[in-house]
Write a protein that binds this ligand. Structure first.
Ligand code: BGC
Length: 341
């Protein structure tokens, strides 16, 4: 009787879940993501793992604390001979050495959001148009300040991301290059004089570092109620650093037009509170969905959809890529953000 019951159960489970044997043979995917305390990496990592599991992969998800940590995780991931490895790099330049073995073992590697440098071991890269992130921030400022009609002068400062993240200079250049003509014409002025990526970069995307830099700038160049009209902050964490710096020094100028990126919990809350003006929404579901399809392709030996075969170069190879389009979000359309609302 018990035997019949077990057979019936097994038959039912097989119908309900696909097949028990199949589940033992699921292809395994290693997901390696950056420090979860930066941006919305924790949310992204967990979402990707969920979508990957739903697509019937056996997933191991890891976040690192720092670059060395990620190198160790990568070595361990390669050791396990997975069907694919997906990496959101902590340090773009630090993974080439361990990736040599992945290449040797023919393990497909897919770069998530951040490009990985100095290696030919990357099968695909999926990200957003990172240049557009900065450009959209700049266009937003242009529109709000009526720069096209010649308005100004307005003061502006920049807070960029980390030099070990290849996205960070793209964000900065996207914004700066777009606004440069207005700086040249004197409609925008940068009292600190800090106008190069290296001058405004924030090591490790650390908000505390940006807050210190902005506190110094506010005290030196914006004392006595002088207004800081615009801050191009590369993401929501860095935008919050400016908010904290202004609060700490008792900033008394007019409200600052403050950009961000990620539509993360802090960005959404600060926009709703009127402390941050806009953010750039890069819907993680779209990007994770692309990654799942890339994994599926490499596992099955087919071709995933890509939309850029020429522009993404990591100094060793041109990486076949899919670049998604980001969106501007402010108080008016904040409802479109699926999470953190
Ligand atoms: C990502 C951003 C994120 C930043 C800090 C960048 O590479 O593209 O979305 O805010 O890293 O984690």
């Amino acid at each position: 009787m018990r035997k019949i019951f077990l057979i019936l159960c097994l038959a039912f489970c097989t119908i309900a879940t696909g097949c028990t044997n199949e589940s033992e043979q699921k292809a395994s995917v290693q997901l390696l993501f950056p420090n979860p305390n930066s941006g919305i990496w924790k949310y992204i990592g967990e979402l990707c793992a969920k979508l990957m599991r739903e697509a019937n992969y056996d997933v191991e998800l890891r976040f690192c604390n720092n670059s060395n940590d990620q190198i160790t995780q990568l070595e361990d991931a390669i050791e396990k001979n997975p069907a694919a490895i997906v990496i959101g790099a902590q340090d773009a330049g630090a993974l080439a050495e361990p990736l040599k073995l992945a290449k040797e073992k023919e393990i497909p590697v897919i770069a998530y959001d951040r490009l990985i440098m100095h290696t030919d071991a990357i099968s695909y890269y999926a990200s957003f148009e990172n240049n557009s992130v900065g450009e959209f921030q700049a266009r937003y400022v242009e529109e709000k300040l009526n720069l096209k009609s010649g308005a100004g002068p307005f003061t502006i400062e920049f807070i960029a991301g980390s030099p070990d993240d290849m996205n960070a200079p793209l964000f900065f250049n996207g914004a700066f290059d777009y606004l440069k003509p207005y700086i040249d014409k004197g409609q925008l002025v940068v009292p600190s004089g800090q106008m190069t990526f290296s001058a405004v970069a924030t090591d490790g995307w650390k908000p505390a570092t940006a807050q210190q830099r902005m506190t110094d700038i506010l005290q030196k160049f914006y004392a006595d109620g002088k207004s800081l009209n615009v801050v191009i902050a590369a993401n929501d964490d860095l935008a919050e650093a400016l908010i904290k710096a202004e609060e700490a020094v008792g900033y008394k100028g007019t409200p600052t037009i403050l950009t961000g990126q990620d539509a993360g919990a802090n960005g959404i809350a600060n926009i709703k509170a009127g402390k941050q003006t806009m953010t750039i929404y890069k819907d993680p579901e779209i990007l994770c969905g692309k990654i799942v399809r890339m994994v599926k392709a490499v596992v099955e030996g087919s071709q995933p959809a890509i939309n850029d075969v020429t522009n993404i170069k990591n100094d060793v190879m041109t990486v076949p890529s899919y670049l998604c389009i980001p969106m501007i979000v402010d108080k008016e359309n904040i409802g479109i953000v699926k999470n953190f609302n």
